[in-house]
Design a protein around this ligand. Sequence first.
Ligand code: SAM
Length: 244
Amino acid sequence: MREKYGIDAPGVVRTFAALGVVLTVVSGFVYALANAWWAYVIATVLLLTALTLLTQSLWMVYSSLVGKRRVWERALADLPLRGDERVIEVGPGRGAVLVTAARRIPSGRLAGVDIWRPQDQSGNGREALLANARAAGVADRVDAHDGDMRQLPFPDNDFDLALASLAIHNLPPADRAGAVTELARVVRPGGHIVILDFEATAGYADALRAAGASDVRVSGLHWSMHPPTRVVTAEASRPSRTAS
Ligand SMILES: C[S@@+](CC[C@H](N)C(=O)[O-])C[C@H]1O[C@@H](n2cnc3c(N)ncnc32)[C@H](O)[C@@H]1O
């Protein structure tokens, strides 16, 4: 069986594509019937809007299937990994990122915690994640948990690495900093936190600093994804040394 990871925000992709097709047809009719300069202007505006919508829907499909995994492969390659880390991803969906991490961390143990919302990813579900883990040959090291990222069912310092990909922006703005703090809570001192998203990344960085994380960095924009994303990385707080 092949791995299949689905499309992010499928409703938005479908709406952009459908509107793009409808506006292309309407602009064709307006061009055909136009007999004044302003009618040509309207047809041209309709056509440009249609092309913009179609381009965005195709770019979002590329982002889900190719761009996202490339950005994550680079982000994981930049981490100082031993290869046996315990990893959590909040909102893993069908597992594109969790399975990429499992491949890069060959003796690691990985947990995904999700509420599996169908509007966030096509075919979303814990079974889809486990099927992809089986197809990738990493199912013995991947666990799927039903749960909300705002209240993770794990003790403090339980993981070496925490990941979130296009997940935290789904929360109401007032809840996002709390979810970032929760991520930092479950990572051991000296472990790492990596968050990819297309909005609110400066706020995630602030929440990580407030949680005591160090070396907090926000990347430039990654244009292979749509909307373009940034990656926030941090090291979880180490216990402060007290003078003896
Ligand atoms: C756009 S999908 C991204 C999936 C995956 N991280 C990836 O990049 O392929 C967002 C995911 O966040 C999950 N999610 C949304 N709100 C959540 C919450 N409060 N707690 C846990 N997961 C949540 C959704 O169910 C969905 O699986």
